[in-house]
Write a protein that binds this ligand. Structure first.
Ligand SMILES: [Cu+2]
Length: 329
């Protein structure tokens, strides 16, 4: 089926029921006291962990106790202006997506107790001369990347709003975040310098992430339907990982990331006290350290002359630059 993406004709505002709201409310919770969640690079998960993650995603997709299903209703929270006005085109971007990621992770854990959302370190793929051969687009990971997803854990998925089958068109447009992008971002010390509306596009993390959405293509190309592809979550987990690294550098250098909100925030929906659209939270709440309480990101795959193990059978150490790279090229 050919899907026409003249999205302006589509109404993304799904009518939300009381049951939906109640369920969404159960997701807006912090990890329990003493709970430790480790978000690993997708390729560093064990086979079992990866399969459990895929299974939990599918169980949400099959669960129709809410409007659409539990996977897509969350995707719709990201799609609708009424819940996502503070999510894009402004300094609220990182905080909004951090809370949203937690909600998805909590949903997954309702299906499978110990699941965490892995992160997709796109620099590994961006370094490949033929990134479409990355294991990410194999049956063991996200499934096929050219056209309708016909293999892998999310094969033949149907997406809402008559958007048809889940599709991708990797490598056709856009760009994956690479080492240089990250280096530029990590040189900055204020949210203002890496966010819309004031950041230079070269170190604007939202803009750089937009390019990655374009790179994946298909439903991922647009805000209104990107969260209907599970690749959304592994990409955003990486964005969130990078933000945490950025926040740690801020703390090291005496900037409090909990308070560092730009005075010139651009559009009104990114005003610090504007509603986030998630529960009763306001934009500023997204900056709080509490959202990563109990959550850790495992370091990115790294190696050197003495430690040549990249922690994954899918990765190998490139001794010339001391970086891990994909084993197949
Ligand atoms: Cu988004």
């Amino acid at each position: 089926m050919v899907v026409n993406l003249t999205t302006s004709e589509i109404d993304y505002e799904v009518a939300i029921t009381e049951t939906d709201l109640q369920w969404l409310g159960t997701l807006l919770v912090l990890p329990r006291e003493g709970e430790v969640r480790i978000r690993k690079e997708y390729r560093q998960m064990t086979d079992k962990e990866r399969e459990q993650f895929h299974k939990a995603v599918n169980l949400l997709k099959e669960d129709k106790n809410v409007t659409l299903n539990k996977f897509d209703i969350l995707g719709n929270v990201h799609a609708r202006w009424s819940t996502a006005a503070a999510a894009h085109n402004g300094p609220g971007f990182l905080g909004w997506h951090r809370v949203f990621l937690l909600m998805m992770e909590n949903a997954l854990r309702q299906k499978s107790e110990n699941v965490t959302i892995p992160y997709w370190d796109t620099t590994l793929d961006a370094g490949m001369s033929k990134p479409y051969y990355s294991v990410i687009w194999s049956e063991q990971f996200l499934g096929t990347g050219g056209g309708v997803v016909t293999k892998g854990p999310f094969k033949n998925w149907t997406t809402p709003h008559g958007l048809g089958k889940l599709r991708r068109m990797i490598y056709a447009q856009g760009k994956l975040m690479n080492h240089k992008d990250i280096k530029r971002i990590m040189k900055k010390r204020h949210l203002n310098d890496i966010s819309f509306p004031n950041a230079n596009p070269k170190n604007n993390i939202e803009e750089i992430h937009n390019q990655a959405h374009q790179w994946v293509g298909g439903q991922m190309r647009k805000i209104e339907h990107s969260a209907y592809d599970p690749s959304f979550y592994v990409l955003h987990s990486f964005v969130d990982f990078l933000w945490e690294e950025f926040r740690n550098l801020q703390k090291r250098d005496g900037v409090n990331p909990n308070m560092d909100y730009p005075k010139d925030y651009g559009i009104a929906s990114h005003s610090p006290l504007a509603p986030m659209g998630l529960g009763k939270l306001v934009v500023m709440d997204g900056l709080s350290d509490i959202w990563l309480q109990g959550i850790q990101y495992s370091p990115r795959p790294q190696c050197n002359a003495t430690h040549t193990d990249c922690g994954s059978r899918y990765l190998k150490c490139i001794s010339s630059n001391g970086r891990c790279s994909l084993a197949v090229e």
